[in-house]
Design a binder for this molecule. Sequence first.
Ligand code: SF4
Length: 341
Amino acid sequence: MAVARQEVFKRLLKIARYQPAGNHSAVKPCHRCVEALKNRRFCYKYRFYGIPSHRCIQMSPVPIRCTHRCVFCRRAHPEELGTKGEPPVPEKRDDPEYIVEESIKAHRQALSGYNPKAHPKVLPEMREEAMNPTHAAISLAGEPLLYPYIDDLVYEYRKRGFTTFIVSNGTLPRVLERMHTYPHQMYVSVTAPNERLYKIINQPIIKDGRKRYLEFLEIMHDIPTLTVMRFTLIKGLNDAPGYIKEYVKLIEIAEPTYVEVKGYSYVGYSQYRMKPENQPKMDEIREFARMLEAELGGYHIADEHEPSRIVLLTRLPYPIKLQANLKRDKMEERKRFLEDR
Ligand code: SF4
Protein backbone atom coordinates (compact mmCIF):
# COMPACT_ATOMS: atom_id res chain seq x y z
CA MET A 1 0.00 0.00 0.00
CA ALA A 2 2.82 2.39 0.95
CA VAL A 3 4.36 1.87 -2.50
CA ALA A 4 1.07 2.69 -4.24
CA ARG A 5 0.75 5.94 -2.31
CA GLN A 6 4.22 7.09 -3.19
CA GLU A 7 3.77 5.90 -6.78
CA VAL A 8 0.64 8.03 -7.34
CA PHE A 9 2.35 10.98 -5.71
CA LYS A 10 5.46 10.63 -7.85
CA ARG A 11 3.54 10.12 -11.09
CA LEU A 12 1.44 13.21 -10.46
CA LEU A 13 4.51 15.29 -9.67
CA LYS A 14 6.22 14.10 -12.82
CA ILE A 15 3.24 14.73 -15.11
CA ALA A 16 2.53 18.16 -13.67
CA ARG A 17 6.21 19.06 -13.25
CA TYR A 18 5.70 19.83 -9.56
CA GLN A 19 8.58 19.94 -7.10
CA PRO A 20 8.08 17.73 -4.03
CA ALA A 21 8.14 19.53 -0.69
CA GLY A 22 8.36 16.79 1.90
CA ASN A 23 6.39 13.55 1.76
CA HIS A 24 3.04 14.73 0.37
CA SER A 25 3.24 18.45 -0.48
CA ALA A 26 4.24 20.05 -3.77
CA VAL A 27 5.36 23.40 -5.16
CA LYS A 28 5.30 24.80 -8.65
CA PRO A 29 6.16 28.39 -9.52
CA CYS A 30 3.39 29.54 -11.84
CA HIS A 31 4.34 31.03 -15.20
CA ARG A 32 3.55 34.53 -13.90
CA CYS A 33 6.23 34.11 -11.23
CA VAL A 34 8.80 33.38 -13.93
CA GLU A 35 7.40 36.11 -16.21
CA ALA A 36 7.75 38.66 -13.40
CA LEU A 37 11.33 37.63 -12.81
CA LYS A 38 12.36 37.59 -16.47
CA ASN A 39 10.20 40.31 -17.97
CA ARG A 40 8.65 42.18 -15.06
CA ARG A 41 5.16 41.12 -16.11
CA PHE A 42 3.17 40.65 -12.91
CA CYS A 43 -0.09 38.81 -12.34
CA TYR A 44 -3.40 40.17 -11.11
CA LYS A 45 -2.49 39.47 -7.48
CA TYR A 46 0.16 42.16 -7.74
CA ARG A 47 -2.13 44.61 -9.45
CA PHE A 48 -5.12 44.07 -7.14
CA TYR A 49 -3.52 43.17 -3.80
CA GLY A 50 0.17 44.17 -4.03
CA ILE A 51 1.51 40.58 -3.98
CA PRO A 52 4.81 40.51 -5.93
CA SER A 53 4.49 37.54 -8.32
CA HIS A 54 8.19 36.61 -8.21
CA ARG A 55 7.98 36.20 -4.41
CA CYS A 56 4.93 33.94 -4.47
CA ILE A 57 5.17 30.24 -3.58
CA GLN A 58 2.39 28.31 -5.26
CA MET A 59 1.97 25.17 -3.19
CA SER A 60 -0.38 22.47 -1.96
CA PRO A 61 -0.12 20.23 1.11
CA VAL A 62 -2.43 17.68 -0.62
CA PRO A 63 -1.88 17.88 -4.39
CA ILE A 64 -3.44 14.51 -5.17
CA ARG A 65 -6.48 14.48 -2.91
CA CYS A 66 -9.76 16.22 -3.57
CA THR A 67 -13.49 15.84 -2.98
CA HIS A 68 -14.19 16.85 -6.61
CA ARG A 69 -13.19 15.74 -10.08
CA CYS A 70 -13.83 19.06 -11.87
CA VAL A 71 -13.94 18.90 -15.66
CA PHE A 72 -11.85 22.09 -15.89
CA CYS A 73 -9.19 20.99 -13.36
CA ARG A 74 -5.66 21.38 -14.62
CA ARG A 75 -4.39 18.49 -12.54
CA ALA A 76 -4.68 14.83 -13.54
CA HIS A 77 -7.41 13.12 -11.56
CA PRO A 78 -6.18 9.97 -9.76
CA GLU A 79 -8.37 7.80 -12.06
CA GLU A 80 -6.65 9.33 -15.08
CA LEU A 81 -3.37 8.10 -13.65
CA GLY A 82 -4.76 4.58 -13.45
CA THR A 83 -5.66 4.65 -9.74
CA LYS A 84 -9.10 3.59 -8.60
CA GLY A 85 -10.89 6.00 -6.24
CA GLU A 86 -9.30 8.55 -3.96
CA PRO A 87 -5.61 7.93 -3.20
CA PRO A 88 -5.16 6.83 0.41
CA VAL A 89 -4.10 9.29 3.07
CA PRO A 90 -0.29 9.49 3.23
CA GLU A 91 1.25 7.12 5.71
CA LYS A 92 3.17 9.88 7.42
CA ARG A 93 1.78 13.40 7.58
CA ASP A 94 4.47 16.05 7.61
CA ASP A 95 4.18 18.70 10.25
CA PRO A 96 3.46 22.27 9.13
CA GLU A 97 6.85 23.73 10.07
CA TYR A 98 8.61 21.10 7.96
CA ILE A 99 6.27 21.73 4.99
CA VAL A 100 6.94 25.48 5.12
CA GLU A 101 10.72 24.96 5.19
CA GLU A 102 10.57 22.36 2.40
CA SER A 103 8.29 24.56 0.26
CA ILE A 104 10.74 27.47 0.51
CA LYS A 105 13.62 25.16 -0.44
CA ALA A 106 11.66 23.68 -3.38
CA HIS A 107 10.66 27.17 -4.58
CA ARG A 108 14.30 28.30 -4.50
CA GLN A 109 15.36 25.17 -6.34
CA ALA A 110 12.71 25.64 -9.04
CA LEU A 111 13.83 29.22 -9.67
CA SER A 112 17.56 28.63 -9.34
CA GLY A 113 18.14 28.69 -13.11
CA TYR A 114 16.69 32.19 -13.44
CA ASN A 115 19.75 34.22 -12.55
CA PRO A 116 21.27 37.30 -14.24
CA LYS A 117 24.09 35.22 -15.77
CA ALA A 118 21.76 32.77 -17.55
CA HIS A 119 19.04 35.37 -18.21
CA PRO A 120 20.49 38.89 -18.61
CA LYS A 121 17.02 40.45 -18.25
CA VAL A 122 16.73 39.16 -14.66
CA LEU A 123 17.62 42.03 -12.31
CA PRO A 124 19.91 41.02 -9.41
CA GLU A 125 17.58 42.67 -6.85
CA MET A 126 14.61 40.73 -8.16
CA ARG A 127 16.53 37.48 -8.17
CA GLU A 128 17.46 38.14 -4.53
CA GLU A 129 13.82 38.83 -3.69
CA ALA A 130 12.62 35.72 -5.52
CA MET A 131 14.93 33.59 -3.39
CA ASN A 132 13.23 35.08 -0.32
CA PRO A 133 9.51 34.55 -0.95
CA THR A 134 6.90 36.51 1.00
CA HIS A 135 3.62 35.01 -0.12
CA ALA A 136 2.12 31.51 -0.04
CA ALA A 137 -0.69 30.71 -2.47
CA ILE A 138 -2.06 27.49 -1.01
CA SER A 139 -3.91 26.63 -4.16
CA LEU A 140 -1.77 24.59 -6.52
CA ALA A 141 -4.02 21.51 -6.77
CA GLY A 142 -6.12 19.28 -4.54
CA GLU A 143 -8.38 20.50 -1.73
CA PRO A 144 -6.10 22.17 0.85
CA LEU A 145 -8.56 21.85 3.74
CA LEU A 146 -8.06 18.06 3.58
CA TYR A 147 -4.67 18.62 5.21
CA PRO A 148 -5.60 18.23 8.88
CA TYR A 149 -3.22 20.96 10.14
CA ILE A 150 -4.11 23.58 7.55
CA ASP A 151 -4.49 26.36 10.12
CA ASP A 152 -1.11 25.50 11.66
CA LEU A 153 0.37 25.67 8.17
CA VAL A 154 -1.04 29.19 7.73
CA TYR A 155 0.27 30.07 11.18
CA GLU A 156 3.79 28.89 10.27
CA TYR A 157 3.83 30.95 7.07
CA ARG A 158 2.47 34.00 8.90
CA LYS A 159 5.09 33.58 11.63
CA ARG A 160 7.72 34.05 8.90
CA GLY A 161 6.06 37.26 7.72
CA PHE A 162 4.30 35.73 4.70
CA THR A 163 0.93 36.78 3.41
CA THR A 164 -1.24 33.73 2.65
CA PHE A 165 -4.16 32.88 0.37
CA ILE A 166 -6.08 29.60 0.50
CA VAL A 167 -8.37 28.53 -2.35
CA SER A 168 -10.95 25.93 -1.32
CA ASN A 169 -13.72 24.18 -3.25
CA GLY A 170 -16.04 24.77 -0.28
CA THR A 171 -16.84 21.16 0.63
CA LEU A 172 -15.31 21.13 4.13
CA PRO A 173 -17.34 23.68 6.13
CA ARG A 174 -16.52 22.09 9.50
CA VAL A 175 -12.80 22.60 8.88
CA LEU A 176 -13.35 26.25 7.98
CA GLU A 177 -15.41 26.72 11.11
CA ARG A 178 -12.73 25.29 13.39
CA MET A 179 -9.68 27.10 12.01
CA HIS A 180 -7.71 29.03 14.65
CA THR A 181 -5.62 31.00 12.12
CA TYR A 182 -7.08 32.25 8.87
CA PRO A 183 -5.20 33.20 5.73
CA HIS A 184 -5.08 36.86 4.68
CA GLN A 185 -7.59 36.01 1.96
CA MET A 186 -9.86 32.96 2.12
CA TYR A 187 -11.13 31.97 -1.32
CA VAL A 188 -13.97 29.71 -2.35
CA SER A 189 -14.44 28.68 -5.97
CA VAL A 190 -17.67 29.46 -7.83
CA THR A 191 -18.21 27.19 -10.78
CA ALA A 192 -21.82 26.05 -10.69
CA PRO A 193 -24.97 28.16 -10.20
CA ASN A 194 -27.11 25.17 -9.15
CA GLU A 195 -27.08 21.51 -8.09
CA ARG A 196 -27.57 20.19 -11.65
CA LEU A 197 -24.49 21.98 -12.99
CA TYR A 198 -22.58 21.24 -9.79
CA LYS A 199 -22.83 17.52 -10.57
CA ILE A 200 -21.84 18.00 -14.20
CA ILE A 201 -18.95 20.45 -13.68
CA ASN A 202 -17.50 19.43 -10.31
CA GLN A 203 -18.25 15.69 -10.41
CA PRO A 204 -18.17 15.36 -6.60
CA ILE A 205 -17.03 12.11 -5.04
CA ILE A 206 -18.86 12.95 -1.81
CA LYS A 207 -22.64 12.67 -1.49
CA ASP A 208 -23.71 15.97 0.02
CA GLY A 209 -21.22 18.30 -1.70
CA ARG A 210 -23.66 21.04 -2.64
CA LYS A 211 -25.20 21.15 0.85
CA ARG A 212 -21.73 21.42 2.35
CA TYR A 213 -20.86 24.20 -0.15
CA LEU A 214 -23.88 26.27 0.93
CA GLU A 215 -22.90 25.78 4.59
CA PHE A 216 -19.35 26.84 3.74
CA LEU A 217 -20.69 30.11 2.28
CA GLU A 218 -22.66 30.76 5.47
CA ILE A 219 -19.59 30.22 7.67
CA MET A 220 -17.44 32.30 5.35
CA HIS A 221 -19.77 35.23 5.99
CA ASP A 222 -18.52 35.48 9.58
CA ILE A 223 -14.84 34.55 9.49
CA PRO A 224 -12.47 37.34 10.59
CA THR A 225 -10.47 37.76 7.40
CA LEU A 226 -10.79 39.03 3.83
CA THR A 227 -12.94 36.67 1.76
CA VAL A 228 -13.13 36.05 -1.96
CA MET A 229 -15.55 34.19 -4.22
CA ARG A 230 -13.71 33.34 -7.40
CA PHE A 231 -15.54 32.36 -10.57
CA THR A 232 -14.01 30.06 -13.13
CA LEU A 233 -16.07 31.10 -16.12
CA ILE A 234 -16.37 28.36 -18.75
CA LYS A 235 -17.81 29.42 -22.05
CA GLY A 236 -20.86 27.38 -23.03
CA LEU A 237 -21.09 25.68 -19.64
CA ASN A 238 -21.63 28.04 -16.69
CA ASP A 239 -21.61 31.52 -18.25
CA ALA A 240 -25.19 31.96 -19.50
CA PRO A 241 -26.88 35.26 -18.51
CA GLY A 242 -29.79 33.14 -17.24
CA TYR A 243 -27.58 31.95 -14.35
CA ILE A 244 -26.82 35.44 -12.99
CA LYS A 245 -29.70 35.47 -10.50
CA GLU A 246 -28.63 32.08 -9.08
CA TYR A 247 -25.02 33.26 -8.74
CA VAL A 248 -26.19 36.44 -7.00
CA LYS A 249 -28.07 34.32 -4.43
CA LEU A 250 -24.82 32.46 -3.66
CA ILE A 251 -22.85 35.67 -3.31
CA GLU A 252 -25.50 37.11 -1.00
CA ILE A 253 -25.00 34.20 1.42
CA ALA A 254 -21.26 34.82 1.96
CA GLU A 255 -21.17 38.57 1.18
CA PRO A 256 -17.44 38.26 0.43
CA THR A 257 -15.03 41.18 0.39
CA TYR A 258 -14.22 40.46 -3.26
CA VAL A 259 -15.69 38.66 -6.24
CA GLU A 260 -13.18 37.69 -8.90
CA VAL A 261 -14.51 36.70 -12.32
CA LYS A 262 -11.76 34.71 -14.03
CA GLY A 263 -11.88 32.96 -17.38
CA TYR A 264 -11.16 29.24 -17.66
CA SER A 265 -7.73 28.47 -19.18
CA TYR A 266 -7.19 25.53 -21.50
CA VAL A 267 -4.10 24.17 -19.74
CA GLY A 268 -2.71 21.03 -18.13
CA TYR A 269 -4.86 17.94 -17.97
CA SER A 270 -8.04 19.91 -18.63
CA GLN A 271 -7.03 19.81 -22.29
CA TYR A 272 -8.16 16.16 -22.35
CA ARG A 273 -11.64 17.11 -21.15
CA MET A 274 -12.36 20.57 -22.54
CA LYS A 275 -11.99 22.48 -25.79
CA PRO A 276 -10.08 25.70 -26.51
CA GLU A 277 -13.48 27.30 -27.32
CA ASN A 278 -14.45 26.91 -23.64
CA GLN A 279 -12.13 29.82 -22.81
CA PRO A 280 -14.15 33.05 -22.67
CA LYS A 281 -12.66 36.15 -24.24
CA MET A 282 -11.87 39.19 -22.10
CA ASP A 283 -14.89 41.08 -23.46
CA GLU A 284 -17.15 38.19 -22.48
CA ILE A 285 -15.66 38.11 -18.96
CA ARG A 286 -16.20 41.89 -18.67
CA GLU A 287 -19.80 41.54 -19.84
CA PHE A 288 -20.48 38.78 -17.29
CA ALA A 289 -18.95 40.94 -14.52
CA ARG A 290 -21.12 43.88 -15.60
CA MET A 291 -24.24 41.70 -15.40
CA LEU A 292 -23.26 40.60 -11.88
CA GLU A 293 -22.58 44.20 -10.87
CA ALA A 294 -25.99 45.29 -12.15
CA GLU A 295 -27.80 42.54 -10.24
CA LEU A 296 -25.76 42.65 -6.99
CA GLY A 297 -26.38 45.40 -4.45
CA GLY A 298 -23.31 47.07 -2.94
CA TYR A 299 -20.58 45.74 -5.24
CA HIS A 300 -18.78 47.60 -8.01
CA ILE A 301 -16.20 46.67 -10.62
CA ALA A 302 -12.95 47.95 -9.14
CA ASP A 303 -10.30 46.74 -11.57
CA GLU A 304 -9.34 44.18 -14.19
CA HIS A 305 -6.19 42.51 -15.47
CA GLU A 306 -6.40 41.47 -19.09
CA PRO A 307 -3.29 39.21 -19.22
CA SER A 308 -4.81 37.11 -16.40
CA ARG A 309 -8.33 37.41 -17.95
CA ILE A 310 -9.91 38.53 -14.70
CA VAL A 311 -12.27 41.27 -13.47
CA LEU A 312 -12.51 42.29 -9.80
CA LEU A 313 -15.66 43.37 -7.99
CA THR A 314 -15.63 44.52 -4.39
CA ARG A 315 -17.79 46.15 -1.78
CA LEU A 316 -14.78 48.18 -0.56
CA PRO A 317 -13.94 51.52 -2.21
CA TYR A 318 -10.79 49.85 -3.60
CA PRO A 319 -8.88 46.57 -2.98
CA ILE A 320 -6.50 46.43 -0.01
CA LYS A 321 -2.79 46.17 -0.88
CA LEU A 322 -1.37 43.53 1.45
CA GLN A 323 2.34 44.07 0.81
CA ALA A 324 4.30 47.30 0.54
CA ASN A 325 5.95 47.84 -2.80
CA LEU A 326 8.64 50.39 -2.01
CA LYS A 327 11.49 48.21 -3.22
CA ARG A 328 9.46 47.35 -6.30
CA ASP A 329 9.15 51.05 -7.19
CA LYS A 330 12.92 51.38 -6.97
CA MET A 331 13.21 48.46 -9.38
CA GLU A 332 10.87 50.17 -11.82
CA GLU A 333 13.20 53.17 -11.74
CA ARG A 334 16.15 50.91 -12.45
CA LYS A 335 14.27 49.19 -15.28
CA ARG A 336 13.54 52.57 -16.91
CA PHE A 337 17.17 53.53 -16.44
CA LEU A 338 18.35 50.31 -18.16
CA GLU A 339 15.88 50.77 -21.01
CA ASP A 340 16.86 54.43 -21.55
CA ARG A 341 20.60 53.74 -21.82
S1 SF4 B 1 -11.72 21.35 -6.63
FE1 SF4 B 1 -9.84 22.17 -7.54
S2 SF4 B 1 -8.30 20.56 -7.28
FE2 SF4 B 1 -10.32 19.62 -6.91
S3 SF4 B 1 -10.90 18.75 -8.87
FE3 SF4 B 1 -11.80 20.81 -8.77
S4 SF4 B 1 -10.30 22.20 -9.72
FE4 SF4 B 1 -9.25 20.23 -9.27
